[in-house]
Each structure stands twice: as C-alpha cells, then as structure tokens.
Design a protein around this ligand. Structure first.
Ligand code: MGD
Ligand code: MGD
Ligand code: MO
Length: 647
C-alpha cells in the first residue's frame, strides 16, 4: 500500500519544514516538501531531500552499546539501562548530583524531546547543566540588552520592506525557505543587500554585495551610525523611543568615518550607502547567526541594532532587526525550573569538565549533540569525555562523541519523531508525527527517560505517552486563542501569541520601555592582522550537512577554499596543511578569486576521527556577551606538506 504521510522537520534549522513522505509497506520511499505549508512551499533542502540515506543507513544504531573490555558491544536495553541506573545512583550518592553533567544540544528541536531529558535531570538532581550557547549566545544577549527580547515580526512582512539587508546571513545554505519571501519582496521593488566576508550563492540573489573584513561589521555599523548622525538621517523622534542617543553619538564620533571604512575594509561610499539605505526605509535587517560568533560578536549585533533603531527601523511593517523567532514561547513546560547546582559554559565544554572541582564531573550525559565534532577544541572535548567514569550518548549513529561513550542508546530519527515543533526562522507551529515506526530496538528520548525513571524510582516523572504530553504542552494561552493539539495536527498554524509587528508603537520590554542604545565598547577590535597566521578559519554551514550529520560524506581530505593569492603558492587542487596554533589538518586547496585574501573557507561539521574537524583547530573562546563561542576568530595558515608527510 502506498500512502502520503506528513510530518514536521525537527532539525536545528530556521525553516522547520513540513515534509510529505511517500510510504510503501511501512518503508519510506520518497520525501518532498509540503505545498500547503506557507514557508516550505513544496520544496526541501538538499540535506532533507537526501535524508533517506541516513534513515536507512546500514550503520544506523538499532541496539544499545555498552563498553566492555574497552570495546562498545551490542547489549539489550535492560542490561544497558540497569547499568546506567546503578552507575548514576552511585555517582549521585557519593558525589552529589552536581557531579553529573547533562548536555543537550540541537539534534532535535522537538519541544517534548528537549523537556523529557531536562525534566529527568531536574528530578534526578538537579544536576549540572550547560549555560551560554555555542550557536546564538552573543546575538541573543545583545538583542535582549537592546530591546528587552530577541524576536521578530512575521516573516511575511519582509515583503513590505524597501530594502532588505542580509547581514551575515547565508540564506541559500542555512534557510533556503526564506528565499521565496525575499524574491517576492524584490518583485515588489525592494533592493537586497548581502554583507558577508564570504562570497556565497546568496550574493547572487542580491543587488549589492559588500564583502567586509571578517569581524569588520562592528566598524561598518558604527561608521554607518556616524554617517547617520552627521547626515541628518536619524529620525527626529528617535529620543522618544531610544535611550542613549547622546552616548552613542559620542561613541561613534571617537573615530573618523575613514577609519571605520579602513577597519571594515570597505569604501567610505559603501559606508554612506548603508546609512542612506537605512534612512530610506522601511528597511529590514536579517541578521545571520554566524556574525556573532566572534570575540566582539555581541558588540557587532548591538551596533547593528543601534543603526536600525536611530534610523527608525523598528516597530514598523517591513522594518526591524530579525535575529531569532521565539520558537518555544507558545508552548508550556513540564519543568519546575529548579536552579541547577552548577552550570558550565557550553563553548568551554572540554576545559570546564576537566577543571570542575568540588565535586568533579564524574558522569556526562549527551542528548542530541556531537560535542567532539561541533564544540571548539575538539581534542580537549574528547579528552574530557575519555577520562570520565560514565559517558552516556543518545544518538542514532556512532558519531565522534558516541565512539567515546560508556553506553550508547539508539534513538529515533526526525521521520519517526512524535513531538511539537516551533521555528526560529518563522512563526508557524506544528506537530511532528511519526511517518513510520522506529526499527525494533530503537527508543525515543522520552521512552528512554521513562524507562530510567522507573528504575530510579522517580515517581514524579510523567508516564503518559508522547501525544498526551503534547496536549499538556499546548499552553492554555494557545487554547484560548483557538489552537489545540488537533488544530496543530491538521497543519501548520501561525503562532497566535507572536506579534505580527514586533515592538509596534515603538515600545520595548525594557525597564523604561525604550530601546537601549550601546554607548560604550567593552572589547576592542578583533581585526588585528596576525602575520604568522594570515587567514581567518571560516568554518560555516554547507548545504551538504546538518552540522556533523552529512547527507553525503565529503571526499577526504576536505576542501579549503582560498583566494589564489592567499594559497601560499599552492596550486589549485594541491594538498596542504591547514594549521592554527592549536592543531593542523590536511586539506585540498581550492582557488576562488572571489574570496577575500584573509579567509580559509571550510565546512563546519567535519569528523575528528578522519582529521576533517575544523574544531580541532579552533580554540575555545567566549564571546563578549551571552557566553557564545568565538568560533570564527581563529587564525590559520597553509603549509606545504613534505613528501614524507604525503606518503
Ligand atoms: N545546510 C545547513 N543548514 C543549516 C545548518 C547546517 O549545518 N547546514 N545549520 C543550522 C544552524 S545550527 C543554524 S544556527 C542556522 C544558521 O546557520 P548558520 O550557518 O549560522 O547561518 P548563517 O546565518 O548563514 O551564518 C553564517 C554566515 O555568516 C557569515 N559570517 C561569518 N563571519 C562573519 C562576519 O564577521 N561578518 C559577517 N557579516 N558575516 C559573517 C558566514 O560567512 C556565513 O555566510 O542554520 C541552520 N541551517
Ligand atoms: N567550527 C564550527 N563549529 C560549530 C559551528 C560552526 O559554524 N563552525 N556551528 C555551531 C552551531 S550553530 C551549532 S547549533 C552547533 C551544532 O552542534 P550539534 O547540535 O552537536 O550538531 P550535530 O552534529 O547536528 O549533532 C546533533 C546530534 O543529534 C542527533 N539527533 C538527531 N535527532 C535526535 C533525537 O531525536 N534525539 C537525540 N538524542 N539525538 C538526536 C544527531 O544524529 C546528531 O548526532 O555546532 C556549532 N559548532
Ligand atoms: Mo546553530
């Protein structure tokens, strides 16, 4: 029998697509995008189109693995769970719950899956958990300081903009379903800008492409603010909704416009054009998540916020600085928000575990993440895990992280998920319903914790099935607004609790209701040349993978794209060492004359075990705000390998 079944994609992506799966005798044979979903609009990205490869991969885990005599051996669920329960109980009783670290990342954005694991560790402990955010820490913290909240107007309103600035946002790769909205905006007359040190396919969609120095955006935005003050481009009533206008003016007047342009490595004319584009609004700025991953990433986003605010681009349809959509807001919580006894900064995962004292971290539980590949200083992350007494990894494949576990528990894929999903790139909510059942031997995160809770006597842990718990998570406010679980099951629904126009009336959820403009700079510029390591290691998303989950594994050694004059004399296609102060990896050099001379472009998500992880070269450093990871401030160089090394 052939049937079309629908679900929502739960992976860490702003698009949160509605997927139509063709199922033949309980086997999925095709995937396509749902035409009825306003954002999915009938197409899927490359990696989801290819997802059946992962779904039916021969190396998919379908039984728990337990380390015996140094090797991971297949065992039954009872043996694995009994082992874990006994060890967790002993460690907690001997050293207290703070000696257990629960780490959860973005492998699924399902609301229930996330809460199922958080709730377990709250009830069992509370245990140590992470703080900060490797992905969006700096940008979100910046927006909360400026506007009181990081949120967006409805994505549809981008079509009301006269100008759209994609500021460090590679929609072609990271959120392709934004593109139809941008195209419609353009058909209605909007002009599109891309500001990105990397030349990528998004540039081809835009009218203007600005290619500043990596991290030069701070100078770019502050320079544009200075132009705005000098050129009378600040809206006359700015003081009625902005705090700190004088302080901001003093801050930007400390340097000349030419200085800002030089530091950003753009022309003074470009700087002026950006300021005038902002003043010729409504202008929407879509801020990418990459730009804030620098030591001064928070300051960069604050400067962009300030530029938008003073030019009046807040609180109006077609205006605004969109960084995030509050995807969880509509849903309730099963948690009681007990304070954890300790938190560890996510970007410093390896050293934080190794250095934790009183008590030491004895056990690490990893849900929906591959920190060895995806967190900076991969080798230290691996060392931290290798030296713990108990490491449990819940995943569907043997990632770099799972390989180091004491126990690996096999979990469902996104096509088998039963969950609620919101999006961080638009306002639609929905339900993920299993398109097929998981293979025998695979459990969901919820089922795993229910089985463990029963073994550990955690009576308060819910016993209902996924659907009943989803009903509890559909908040009263949603129901009051006519959205019930059944409504969500019938098809994606715009979140009735989300603002259509964010900050309408130009009031902000800050202490005094005004936007808080930046008036000082805590960090200095990170745009300082490093002659020994002249290239910025730019390890960004590729269409071919979701972080470390490749749709198709790339050929090794991985490719590093550089400007021909920045290739250290290496020919196009030559092998080379890509070296930072922390480590090196073998790469195949690709020439691209459209790239800047200070960038080496590699995919994020390479594996440590095959020498393709950019994070083996990336040092663990925090951003200025929000404890994000300054992933892209790493400097590298290309080195010609010796004949011996290549042999
Ligand atoms: N195919 C694919 N899609 C994905 C992901 C994936 O791994 N693969 N990852 C998902 C995740 S985890 C997230 S968080 C989201 C967002 O995913 P991200 O990959 O964070 O997406 P972008 O917002 O495109 O941010 C990256 C862009 O920032 C640019 N950038 C880097 N440094 C600077 C700078 O100093 N200035 C400026 N102006 N730009 C800079 C990079 O060149 C790149 O084009 O997308 C998701 N979508
Ligand atoms: N160098 C460099 N490093 C980066 C970035 C970068 O741009 N450059 N980007 C950063 C960003 S934006 C992010 S968000 C992080 C992402 O880092 P991670 O969240 O660690 O990324 P993934 O490799 O996708 O790991 C998610 C894992 O969850 C598993 N999974 C999938 N579904 C489920 C499920 O239902 N339950 C469970 N338990 N597991 C599941 C997947 O199989 C996968 O192994 O990486 C960061 N690291
Ligand atoms: Mo992310």
């Amino acid at each position: 029998m052939v049937e079309i079944r629908r679900t929502l994609c739960n992976r860490d992506c702003p698009d949160a697509c509605s997927i139509e799966a063709t199922v033949e005798d309980e086997r999925i044979v095709a995937l396509r995008g749902d035409r009825r979903h306003p954002v999915t609009a009938g197409f899927l990205c490359f990696r989801t189109n290819q997802f059946l490869r992962s779904q039916y991969a021969p190396d998919r885990l379908t039984t728990p693995l337990l380390r015996k005599g140094g090797r991971l051996e297949p065992v039954g669920w009872d043996e694995a769970l009994d082992f874990i329960a006994a060890r967790l109980r002993t460690i907690r009783d001997e050293s207290g719950p703070a000696s257990i670290f629960h780490y959860r990342s973005g492998g699924t954005l399902g609301i229930l899956a996330g809460q199922a694991s958080d709730l377990f560790f709250e009830l069992f402990g509370p245990t140590t958990v992470k703080r900060g955010d490797i992905c969006s820490g700096a940008g979100e913290a910046a927006q909360v300081e400026d506007f009181g909240v990081s949120d967006s107007s409805s994505l549809e309103l981008v079509e009301k903009a006269r100008h759209v600035v994609l500021w460090g946002k590679n929609v072609a790769t990271s959120s392709p379903h934004t593109i139809p909205f941008l195209k419609r905006a353009r058909e209605k007359g909007a002009r599109l800008w891309l500001i990105d040190p990397v030349r990528n396919r998004t540039a081809d969609l835009c009218d203007t492409f600005v290619q500043p120095r990596p991290g030069g955006d701070l100078a770019l935005a502050l320079g544009a603010v200075r132009v705005a003050f000098e050129g009378g481009l600040v809206v006359p009533d700015a003081a009625t909704f902005c705090d700190g206008l004088d302080g901001l003016r003093r801050l930007v007047e400390a340097r000349a416009i030419e200085d800002y342009a030089r530091e950003a490595d753009v022309s003074v004319d470009t700087l002026r054009a950006i300021a005038h584009t902002m003043a010729d609004g409504p202008t929407t700025i879509l801020v990418g998540w990459g730009m804030g991953r620098r030591e001064n990433g928070g300051a960069i986003v604050r400067a962009v916020d300030a530029l938008a605010a003073i030019t009046g681009n807040v609180g109006l349809p077609g205006a605004g600085v969109s960084y995030y959509f509050r995807r969880r807001r509509a849903f309730g919580s099963l948690l009681s928000d007990h304070e954890p006894p300790r938190t560890l900064p996510e970007p410093l995962f390896g050293s934080a575990i190794l250095e934790a004292k009183a008590p030491e971290i004895r056990a690490v539980w990893i849900t929906a993440g591959n920190p060895v590949a995806m967190l900076p200083d991969s080798r230290r992350v691996a060392e931290a895990l290798r030296t713990r007494e108990l490491v449990v990894v819940v995943d569907r494949w043997l990632s770099d992280t799972a390989e180091l576990a004491t126990v690996v528990l096999p979990v469902n894929t996104l096509l088998e998920a039963d969950d609620l999903v919101g999006s961080y790139g638009h306002q639609y909510l929905g339900v993920a319903r299993p398109v097929v059942s998981p293979p025998a031997g695979v459990k969901s995160d919820l089922e795993i914790f229910q089985a463990l809770a029963a073994r550990l006597g955690l009576d308060a842990y819910p016993r209902e099935d996924a659907r009943e718990l989803q009903r509890r998570l559909v908040s009263e406010r949603l129901v009051e607004n006519g959205v019930e679980l059944e409504t969500l099951e019938a098809g994606a629904v715009p979140n009735p609790l989300a603002p259509r126009v964010l900050f309408e009336g130009r009031t902000f959820p800050t202490a005094n209701g005004k936007a808080q403009l930046m008036t000082s700079l805590a960090t200095t510029s990170t745009c300082v040349p490093d002659p020994a390591y002249p290239l910025y290691l730019t390890s960004v998303s590729t269409p071919r993978s979701q972080a470390s989950q490749w749709a198709k594994e790339p050929p090794l050694p991985i490719e590093a794209t550089v400007h021909p004059e920045a290739a250290a004399g290496l020919a196009d296609g030559a092998l080379a060492w890509l070296e930072s102060r922390l480590g090196r990896m073998l790469v195949r050099v690709l020439h691209d004359a459209r790239q800047r001379r200070d960038i080496a472009l590699v995919p994020k998500g390479g594996h440590l075990r095959d020498g393709s992880s950019a994070n083996a070269l990336t040092s663990a450093k925090l951003t200025d705000l929000g404890e994000g990871g300054a992933l892209y401030d790493e400097r590298v160089r290309l080195v010609v390998p010796t004949a011996d090394e290549l042999a």
